[in-house]
Design a protein around this ligand. Structure first.
Ligand SMILES: Cc1ncc(C[n+]2csc(CCOP(=O)(O)OP(=O)(O)O)c2C)c(N)n1
Ligand code: SF4
Ligand SMILES: [Mg+2]
Length: 268
């Protein structure tokens, strides 16, 4: 830290030659407003930003459709400058299937949470993957039903504390977590399956590359693509915001391990 006397003196008597830049100047083209109503430290807006950056960078702004499930991320759909459809709980893959079959030129991406996809509609995403639908399904996995108060979901890891597993999830009482990406990767119609996270800058960059690849696979008509993204939920986890990135690594990140599970285009 420079001593106080060494600090540069900023002349505020006239407007700056280079105008200041606001947070909204840094938002991708497909995000209308950067400000949102999700909790501070929530990982979902970071994941959404990566998806929107990819669509904008690939010049797909005029032909993108996002189909949302129901969860905290749904509120963020109001910030997006692309076509949005709202599905019933768990049903986004079917809605996306219909839209894509009717309008094959659309780049169609679903956004669902772990509660929405893995608890309420697991058969939807599995059947869409098995059929090899040319859509991209994104799972925002925070291991809890965030919007409704932080309850256990099917992806909650053993020992993880949630609102209704205060002593931690136990296999004897609550069963074992479902590994959604691994299930999808086992289906022949799934062409690309990867799992990323947004708990540090390196993981955000890797996750963005996974989304890029999933969209490439969709554009190539190679089959179904799937990206699971682990996201922080400090509110639903009942922890300090600042502790959430490390908590993610120690809990859901230790079980739902990151990486590319399948890439049939690369293997071809
Ligand atoms: C059919 C139906 N069941 C339950 C609900 C209540 N509900 C709304 S959001 C939500 C939790 C969604 O959890 P998740 O998909 O993991 O998203 P998160 O909030 O964690 O981002 C639930 C259970 C509902 N809206 N409709
Ligand atoms: S409850 Fe969790 S998932 Fe919902 S906005 Fe807050 S931090 Fe994000
Ligand atoms: Mg969730």
């Amino acid at each position: 830290m420079p001593a106080p006397d060494d600090r540069p003196v900023i002349d505020t008597s006239a407007p700056p030659e280079v105008p200041v830049r606001l947070v909204d100047d840094f938002t991708p083209d497909l995000i209308d407003v950067g400000a949102h109503h999700l909790c501070p430290g929530c990982g979902e807006p970071i994941a959404m930003r990566s998806i929107m950056e990819v669509l904008a960078e690939q010049g797909l702004m005029q032909r993108s459709l996002a189909v949302f499930g129901i969860g905290c991320y749904t509120a963020f759909s109001n910030n997006l400058d692309c076509e949005v459809l709202q599905a019933l709980h768990g049903r986004a893959p079917s809605l996306a299937t219909g839209a894509k079959r009717a309008r094959p030129e659309l780049v169609t991406v679903t956004v669902q949470g772990d509660g929405d996809m893995v608890n309420e509609g697991l058969q939807e995403v599995l059947h869409a993957a098995a059929r090899g639908e040319a859509i991209t399904c994104v799972l925002l996995n925070n291991g809890v039903f965030g919007e409704t108060g932080g309850h256990m979901t099917a992806t909650t890891t053993l020992g993880q504390r949630t609102k209704n597993t205060l002593e931690g999830r136990s296999s004897a009482e609550h069963g074992h977590p479902i590994q959604a990406a691994s299930l999808v990767a086992g289906l022949d119609g799934a062409a690309y399956v990867a799992r990323g996270a947004v708990n540090n800058a390196g993981n955000v960059a890797k996750t963005k590359r996974m989304v890029e690849r999933a969209i490439e696979v969709q554009l190539a008509g190679a089959g179904f693509s799937f990206v699971e993204i682990l996201t922080m939920c400090p509110t639903g986890w009942f922890i300090e915001t600042v502790d959430a990135p490390d908590y993610l690594a120690d809990t859901i990140g230790a079980v739902h391990v990151g990486g590319v599970l399948k890439d049939t285009l690369a293997d071809a």
